[in-house]
Write a protein that binds this ligand. Structure first.
Ligand code: TPP
Ligand code: MG
Length: 327
């Protein structure tokens, strides 16, 4: 039996996972083109992290659980129901953007109907928020978990430590997933942590900690699914560190050639989770060249339609800036 079958995943489910990864990648690539041609102000990428994001999102209950994503989680929010059009409306800062009506920077995801909880620009503030959602699940005796992500740099903020400690003490149903891409902007991992792994910190807060290969979509799925089951049994939180690569610069305002060697960038591009997952699907007879070409064509059509729609959409009225301002 191959790995996805042993995890109870059907061919359709793994194909949907692949399509979600590909959609995230193609939207992200389009946003860079739009940025470099002066049409949108800012991009912050998911590229290289989509495998871990999809593996995790598909292990959750996408009709019940709450997600508190960070700015790189494009594949997570797509999996939770945000549409390509909505992503592009946000990139173009148009009125119809579901995250903020075009008021916030792109990639500050939030959409109530899909239980995607809005976050702030200061990194890691979403961690204590997620703990609050998990506390609500426990107090109201409801069967959902909260799932929160952040970078490894963010795991050095006080919010991380306070959030994990409270969740550990109260055995709350929350899954903490650190997407370790080995950089916090230009600061390398060696200057961020004195311990070997982010997951080493779990023991200090009384929860299990795991470090796994974030390019291994199905392994991430397995570990997140087990964490979810533990949470629902009342056994408390889990810290999961996924090792990923940041394929792009930190953002469209950064030039990583200033602090990364060419050889490192080449290594990162050769360790891309997208072709790795495609190869797994092909080896296991789930995907062939023709179907792959059809999926790519379908996704490019979605990306083109979303771009055209958002570019033509109206901006918010200037008065909209006064909404939610009380004095
Ligand atoms: C509290 C706070 N400090 C600094 C920043 C500026 N900042 C934005 S992203 C970032 C790097 C975060 O690195 P990491 O957590 O590893 O996430 P990554 O971008 O690598 O995915 C920093 C320092 C911020 N947004 N909030
Ligand atoms: Mg990082």
């Amino acid at each position: 039996m191959n790995k996805h079958e042993s995890l109870g995943l059907t061919e359709n489910q793994v194909l949907e996972m692949y399509e979600t990864m590909l959609l995230a990648r193609k939207l992200d690539e389009r946003m860079w083109l739009l940025n470099r041609s002066g049409k949108i102000p800012f991009v912050i990428s998911c590229q290289g992290q989509e495998g871990a994001q999809v593996g995790a999102a598909f292990a959750l209950d996408r009709n019940e659980d709450y997600v508190l994503p960070y700015y790189r989680d494009l594949a997570v929010v797509l999996a939770f129901g945000m549409t390509p059009k909505e992503i592009m409306l946000s990139a173009f800062a148009k009125a119809e953007d579901p995250n903020s009506g075009g008021r916030q920077m792109p990639s500050h995801f939030g959409q109530k109907k899909n239980r995607i909880v809005t976050g702030s620009s200061p990194v890691t503030t979403q961690v204590p928020h997620a703990v609050g959602f998990a506390l609500a699940a426990k107090m109201e005796k409801r069967d959902f978990v909260s799932f929160v992500t952040f970078g490894e740099g963010s795991s050095n903020q006080g919010d991380f430590h306070e959030g994990l400690n409270f969740a550990g003490v109260h055995k709350l149903p929350v899954i903490f997933m650190c997407e370790n891409n080995k950089y916090a902007i230009s600061v390398p991992l060696s200057k961020q942590l004195a311990c070997e792994k982010v997951s080493d910190r779990a023991i200090g807060y009384g929860m299990p900690g795991f470090t796994i290969d974030g390019d291994d979509v199905l392994e991430v799925y397995r570990v997140v699914k087990e964490a979810r089951e533990r949470a629902l049994r009342g056994e408390g939180p889990t810290l999961i560190e996924v090792l990923v690569h940041r394929i792009t610069a930190h953002s469209s305002d950064d030039d990583d050639k200033a602090y990364r060697e060419a050889s490192e960038l080449e290594y990162v591009r050769n360790n891309d989770p997208l072709p790795k997952f495609a190869a797994y699907l092909k080896t296991n007879g789930v995907l062939d060249e023709q179907t792959d070409a059809e999926i790519n064509k379908k996704i490019m059509q979605l990306v083109n339609e979303a771009t055209d729609y958002a570019e033509a959409a109206p901006y918010a009225n200037p008065e909209h800036a006064l909404t939610h301002v009380y004095e």
